[in-house]
Design a protein around this ligand. Structure first.
Ligand code: 0X9
Ligand code: ZN
Length: 296
């Protein structure tokens, strides 16, 4: 099992996945989606019984560097699916615990509240692009010289190697993909597309029903209340986010962003003692979501 009593470094998480694929080569395969501009690998894992023609599920964590509470949730999903062959007979699982490894590493070594990637900008004082504004669906340049913005979207869609690597992989598995989940913090929300409009999408009723099944399962553990909301009305307007990309490009019918519980200064710094209770309540929510999506 991964450790849940302290925050793991990116290298530890990568080594953990390496050890799993060495121990269980029949079911666990490492996947490198990209290299960050500072060279850290965007590394995930496919867990599968090898059944032909199965549906696929995707989960990514820590595309925003400072959201440290999220990789443990991805690791918990990995541990559950490694341990339970029945979960692997439901679908193939793709899990990416650290989607922004350059940024995650920088948030550990240098600046705890770093959010973006670490790619250089013309202003050397303000590197980095918000990877969750860089996906190739309704990408919007915003103010093109506002490099210091926390939501600077990059020079163009997919300018970030992390983002193009993840996005193109999502398109590659679109035929089998039935659920896309991006895990963020914080807010105790289950957000569904779109971020650019409050207009309901065609299957909004199903998105709400599946999201509510998930929220109910989370609440059943310790009473934490997650709301299920459209991204634009529940949060704010966005362009180029990963969930909207997966949904809007037609790769998947069920796409969500989970905003986990916050803690500590500014909400992004929960003490390590919160890791275990958060993963213990969110895993049943993930399981309920998967069960709903696969049944509908
Ligand atoms: O703004 C974001 O990228 C996410 N919130 S966070 O505080 N973790 O930065 C929310 C993204 C929700 N999805 C869309 N707006 N499409
Ligand atoms: Zn985030």
């Amino acid at each position: 099992e991964a450790v849940y009593d302290r925050y793991m470094s990116c290298q530890e998480i990568h080594h953990y996945m390496r050890d799993l694929s060495a121990a269980y080569p029949e079911i666990a395969t490492g996947i490198i989606f990209a290299n960050g501009t500072e060279g850290h690998k965007v590394k995930g894992i496919k867990i599968s019984n090898g059944n032909v023609g199965q549906k696929a599920l995707w989960f990514d964590c820590a595309i925003h560097a400072r959201e440290w509470i999220t990789p443990p949730v991805c690791l918990r999903i990995i541990d559950e699916v490694i341990a339970d062959p029945a979960l692997r007979d439901l679908a193939d699982w793709y899990i990416l615990p650290v989607a922004n490894p350059d940024g995650y590493n920088y948030s550990i070594t240098t600046d705890r509240f770093w959010r973006k990637t670490r790619s250089p900008n013309p202003d050397p004082d303000c590197p980095g692009t918000d990877p969750n504004r860089n996906f190739d669906f309704l990408w919007d340049a915003g103010n093109p010289t506002d490099y210091c913005s926390e939501v600077y979207p990059g020079t163009n869609a997919f300018s970030e190697p992390e983002v193009s690597g993840i996005g193109n992989f999502i398109l590659d598995i679109a035929d089998s993909l039935v659920l896309y989940v991006a895990i963020h913090s914080y807010g105790e929300q289950i957000l569904y597309p779109y971020g650019h409009t409050v207009e309901p999408v065609p299957n909004v009723d199903q998105l709400i029903a599946a999201g509510t099944a998930s929220a109910d399962a989370i609440a059943a553990v310790a009473g934490t209340t997650y709301t299920v909301e459209n991204s634009a009305s529940g949060l704010y307007f966005t362009y180029g986010a990963s969930d909207d990309f997966a949904y809007g490009r037609g790769a998947v019918q069920y796409a969500y962003t989970f905003e986990l519980s916050g803690g500590g200064s500014a909400g992004f710094d929960p003490p390590a003692s919160l890791i275990q209770p958060v993963v213990d309540e969110v895993w049943p929510g993930i399981k309920a979501l998967v069960d709903y999506v696969l049944a509908n």
